[in-house]
Design a protein around this ligand. Structure first.
Ligand SMILES: *Cc1c(COP(=O)(O)O)cnc(C)c1O
Length: 407
């Protein structure tokens, strides 16, 4: 080996950041001796071990393997059968979809990447929510796109602050990202609020990238509206996957569904997605083969999963009301609760990273700092584990806050 031969990683690639992964994979947490770790950081429903996938889903994959029919390449954008099954699932009376409106991707993240790459050029900006999911920023950092954050209002259960959203739009804006139901906020937008967002998008002629990976995962009294089916003219690229609703994030199968009622997205946009698909030749064929059966899991099973998560989420919400200095925001869906922190009441804790690290050191409860979601004043709890364990975690958080609170 030659001593003067060395190769560096490219600066553009080294600029890529995924803040969730930085915390989960690299941040150092000390534990409190004698207290069992309660890990509530990762939005992975399989971590708690009490939410298995539906047995039919496992059987569908095992059938797919044993059939021997799904070992070869599929179409780059996904097999016709899988895309047809998705078109059927997401069609509504106002928005009838064909398999040509659907592209299979490497998880929902892959769908988001497709949407960003197809719609946005380097130097343009995209409006994304704050607090918001870390992957939007990751995509921007990899594509030299400006991530322009619009405010979600905690006082209105994290609805978009439309005045702020509008003020951030300029001639370089290429799209608006709407995440409903929201990670990390647990919010579910009303029909009216979604219509207001659509009105704004129409006024400025902007397409919407809808991250709907939590689809129907909504708590009692909250209904999910598919943005693409209520939009009359604004083009909507809906991104989703098997990860959360079917509880199998590791299977890495996602999809992008195009709602283009007025034909505003030209054929060249579809061609762009076709070309992007040919970069990596599509997601795993075995899961594609199983997809039609996976999608037909009865809704009642999904509802049972959501009821469990709702019950835990509301337990946390109620219990954390008692924590001095914290304001939990009542969740309406997905699998998270956000808690706003009044740092003026915790003079010995300088910032959000210190908050989660000290909390872990003193209570062995591990949470996600808001900095992963572009906010420095909140923490996120994943609410999928057993109710008793979540109660214990909340009790420890309350005690921690009482110990450090200075009125
Ligand atoms: C989990 C999550 C994703 C990523 O989904 P994958 O299918 O695992 O890529 C995307 N968006 C949001 C809001 C998420 O919470």
């Amino acid at each position: 080996m030659s001593a003067d031969w060395s190769i560096d990683g490219r600066a553009e690639v080294l600029a890529i950041r995924n803040r969730i992964r930085e915390v989960v994979e690299y941040m150092k947490f000390e534990l409190c001796p004698g207290k069992e770790l309660i890990e509530l950081t990762l939005g992975d429903p399989t971590c708690c071990g009490i939410l298995p996938p539906h047995p039919d889903v496992l059987k569908a994959v095992s059938d797919s393997v044993l059939s021997g029919l799904h070992n070869g390449y599929k179409m780059s954008k996904g097999s016709e059968e899988a895309r047809q099954a998705l078109a059927d699932k997401y069609s509504s009376p106002g928005s009838v979809l064909s398999p040509d409106d659907v592209y299979l991707t490497h998880g929902c993240s892959g769908a988001i990447q497709f949407a960003f790459q197809a719609l946005l050029s380097p130097g343009q900006n995209v409006l994304t929510p704050r607090p918001g999911f870390s992957v939007y920023n990751t995509m921007c950092s990899s594509l030299q796109i400006e991530n322009r954050l619009y405010r979600l209002d905690p006082a209105r259960t994290y609805e978009a602050d439309l005045t702020d959203l509008e003020s951030k739009i300029d001639s370089n804006t290429g799209a608006i990202v709407v995440n409903n139901p929201s990670n990390p906020c647990g919010s579910v937008y009303s029909h009216q609020h979604l219509m207001d967002i659509l009105t704004l998008a129409e006024k400025y002629r902007l397409p919407i990238i809808a991250d709907e990976v939590y689809g129907n995962m909504t708590y009692s009294g909250n209904k999910f509206y598919q943005l693409g089916s209520i939009s009359e003219s604004v083009p909507v690229l809906s991104c989703s996957s098997l990860a959360k609703i079917w509880l199998v994030p590791g299977w890495r199968l996602g999809w992008l569904v195009i709602h283009n009622k007025k034909g505003i997205l030209r054929q060249s946009v579809y061609d762009s997605f076709n070309k992007l698909s040919t970069l990596t030749l599509g997601p795993c064929s075995l899961i594609q083969g199983a997809l039609p059966k996976i999608l037909s899991v009865p809704q009642s099973w999904h509802d049972d999963v959501t009821r469990h998560i709702e019950c835990t989420a509301l337990t946390c919400y109620n219990s954390l009301q008692k924590a001095p200095g914290l304001t939990p925001i009542k969740p309406q869906g997905a699998m998270y609760i956000m808690i706003e922190i009044d740092f003026s009441k915790f003079p010995d804790i300088p910032n959000i990273s210190e908050f989660v690290q000290l909390l872990c050191k003193e209570t062995s409860v591990k949470l996600m700092p808001g900095s992963c979601f572009e906010t420095n004043t909140a923490i996120r709890i994943v609410t999928v584990d057993k109710k008793e364990k979540m109660q214990e975690a909340c009790d420890r958080i309350c005690e921690f806050c009482s110990n450090h609170f200075k009125p």
